[in-house]
Design a protein around this ligand. Structure first.
Ligand SMILES: Nc1ncnc2c1ncn2[C@@H]1O[C@H](COP(=O)(O)OP(=O)(O)OP(=O)(O)O)[C@@H](O)[C@H]1O
Ligand SMILES: N[C@@H](CCO)C(=O)O
Length: 291
């Protein structure tokens, strides 16, 4: 038996659609794995009633297949599904790291990213790496065809998860197919600014780089109250605000001293619209850990 804690993640960060991602210190999935003749799955915790235990439909089943590593897998969900916090990815990351060790497959953390992404393909239809990469490697990650680059960072974040369901599949359907050259120039500038901010651990630069006019506006329409929550968080001192992954979580970068005020105003602003929410005062953290 082996236990792995794999963190929630926030992908895109505005200007890095399908490329950028960060690991969060909290919440996380805790996954217990033991070798077996065939893969069986038990799911408990947040939203577990909506998560299949069929190995063909759960992300960890695809990972066990990819590693040829059948196991009994107990998933205690700390990351709510359809949250925009990489719920499906956290389980896949934990399974990849855990089964790699349990069966002594010898893969590096970077080599485990495309293996875990096969799990993501089961639920969202395509194997995007931008959640599994930070959940496995930690910190800030840049996932491209050439592989994954990783930067240790510890930027304070506030993630506010409203009681709304937005599936990644639905959110991907509203992404525009084209963009103008001036949007490309703006996005490259924001992405470079955000990356510099990660290297310098500078919340101001990271927040500035979170601005996006290409994907975020069309997805904002799926989140009731998004614009008001974003404005309220900026007024409370957030350096940047965007949609976490495919949503509905709204994520803000900030100085640690402003986290409490930002968390409170995000909750209140959703509440004023009759929407319950929960909020995590967290920061960029480490990747999956074996206990
Ligand atoms: N181990 C798992 N944990 C969570 N969701 C899973 C798992 N296996 C399969 N799923 C399915 O994946 C869907 C959740 O994935 P989805 O990508 O929509 O949300 P998310 O991963 O929380 O958000 P995002 O990818 O935007 O960060 C649910 O429909 C759930 O049934
Ligand atoms: N980049 C993906 C992440 C999903 O968590 C998307 O935004 O659809």
């Amino acid at each position: 038996m082996l236990t792995v804690r794999a963190p929630a993640t926030s992908a895109n960060l505005g200007s890095g659609f399908d490329v950028f991602g960060v690991a969060l210190e909290r919440p996380a999935d805790v996954v217990r794995l033991s070798r077996a003749d065939r893969t069986t799955i038990e799911v408990t915790g947040a939203g577990s009633q909506f998560i299949p235990e069929d190995p063909e439909k759960n992300t960890v089943g695809a990972v066990a297949d990819a590693l040829d590593a059948p196991a009994h897998i107990e998933i205690d969900k700390g990351v709510r599904p359809a949250s925009g916090l990489g719920s499906s990815a956290a389980s896949a990351a934990a399974a990849a790291v855990g089964l790699n060790e349990l069966y002594d497959r010898g893969h590096s953390r970077e080599e485990l990213v495309p293996i875990a992404a096969k799990g993501e393909a089961v639920v969202s239809g395509d194997a995007h790496d931008d959640n599994v990469a930070p959940s496995i490697m930690g910190g800030f990650t840049i996932a491209t065809e050439a592989g994954v680059r990783q930067v240790d960072a510890s930027i304070p974040l506030v993630a506010c998860l409203p009681d709304i369901v937005v599936s990644t599949r639905d959110a991907r359907r509203v992404v525009p197919e084209t963009a103008r050259v001036e949007q490309l120039v703006e996005t490259v500038g924001n992405a470079a600014t955000l990356t510099t901010g990660m290297h310098r651990d500078d919340p101001e630069l990271v927040g500035e780089g979170m601005h996006d006019t290409v994907v975020t506006p069309s997805r904002a329409k799926l989140i009731d109250g998004y614009e008001e929550v974003r404005e309220a968080a900026l007024s409370a001192g957030a350096t940047g605000v965007t949609i976490s992954g495919a949503g509905p979580t709204v994520i803000a970068a900030c100085e640690e001293t402003r986290q409490r005020a930002i968390a409170s105003t995000m909750l209140d602003t959703f509440g004023d619209r009759g929407i319950d929410a929960r909020v995590y005062q967290t920061r960029i953290g480490r990747g999956a850990r074996v206990f």
